[in-house]
Design a binder for this molecule. Structure first.
Ligand code: C2E
Ligand code: MG
Ligand code: MG
Ligand code: MG
Length: 286
């Protein structure tokens, strides 16, 4: 479709300036998709690792693996820009498998380096498209076998959109992932469209409270009320909680006092490369 739009513009002999914005957008999208395909095939993606910290003990309990893309001409493209392209083009399936494999490889390397099985987990994001189209349990069990990393070292983060499209299938897939001992987290909780019905039907272990409720909660009665409500809901349903976007010591203290289990955010650390993440973990957990 994007290609067609581009050809039409050429045939009519218009210069770029007169192309309707939709054409230009379509062409940009097409170029990005082509570049992304090349990056996926040529090893142009890598992972960054952001620490997840136990708010009570201050220990690192895990890392969230976040995809990073530096193009051949050196531009950093944010996942908020390329993940949607990956989802629309289907590239998210190989990217998702790569992320799982790459996160497991890193964990295996860290275990090997320290000579024991570290008490840290890897959180990997799963797109709704992967849940709908890929064999996620098959993908996870392959990675478990290949890297010798136990299933309980993985947390899979999914968003509410992954459930909406086909809740029945979602339940089956999540059950199959639980059968491999993986933990399941609901990412960006509170920002989706779904009702609370699925919360009791899905085998979720963790609610990740979205950053939009955490940012500014200390001066916003409504936000703190929502955070309290989510914490008590999670507690009632036997789930753990993680707070995203902790940027200050005050937020970390308040969330700890409110009983939130785990924190993530720039106050602790932004996403790090593999070596920095290892060093962060070692210095914090010793
Ligand atoms: P997410 O899963 O909710 O990941 C958290 C995002 O918040 C990350 O952005 C992280 O860098 C950012 N963040 C963490 N702490 C703070 C903080 O204290 N303040 C602020 N302002 N931001 C913070 P990032 O890496 O740009 O990723 C954006 C989104 O892209 C992710 O949101 C996730 O939805 C998606 N994504 C990233 N990697 C993957 C992947 O491998 N697969 C899939 N399906 N999605 C991915
Ligand atoms: Mg996430
Ligand atoms: Mg999140
Ligand atoms: Mg988020």
């Amino acid at each position: 479709h994007a290609q067609f739009a581009l050809k039409r513009a050429k045939v009519t002999g218009r210069t770029e300036i007169y192309q309707p914005i939709a054409f230009r957008k379509a062409r940009q999208r097409f170029t990005l998709e082509t570049e992304l395909r090349r990056a996926v095939e040529g090893g142009g993606l890598h992972l960054a690792f952001q620490p997840l910290v136990d708010l009570e003990t201050d220990q690192v309990t895990g890392f969230e693996a976040l995809a990073r893309w530096k193009t051949e001409d050196g531009r950093d493209i944010s996942p908020t820009d390329f993940i949607p392209v990956a989802e629309e083009s289907g590239l998210i399936v190989p990217i998702g498998r790569w992320a799982l494999d790459s996160a497991a490889r890193t964990l295996a390397a860290w275990d090997k380096r320290t000579g024991h099985t570290l008490p840290v987990k890897m959180s990997v994001n799963l797109s709704a498209i992967q849940l709908a189209r890929d064999d996620m349990a098959g993908a996870l069990s392959q990675v478990i076998d290949l890297h010798g990393i136990a299933g309980n070292r993985f947390t899979l983060e999914l968003t509410e959109s992954a459930i909406i499209a086909d809740p029945e299938r979602a339940v089956r897939v999540l059950d199959s992932l639980k059968a491999l001992d993986a933990s399941l987290a609901m990412d960006d909780f509170g920002t989706g469209y779904s009702s609370l019905t699925y919360l009791q039907r899905l085998p979720l272990d963790i609610l990740k409270i979205d950053r939009s409720f955490i940012t500014g909660m200390l001066t916003d009665k409504n936000k703190i009320a929502i955070v309290r409500a989510v914490l008590s809901l999670a507690d009632a349903l036997g789930m753990k909680t993680t707070a995203e976007g902790i940027e200050t010591v005050e937020l970390s203290r308040t969330l700890a006092a409110l009983g939130c289990a785990v924190g993530q955010g720039f106050f602790y650390s932004g996403p790090l490369d593999e070596t920095e993440a290892f060093d962060y973990m070692v210095s914090r957990n010793n």
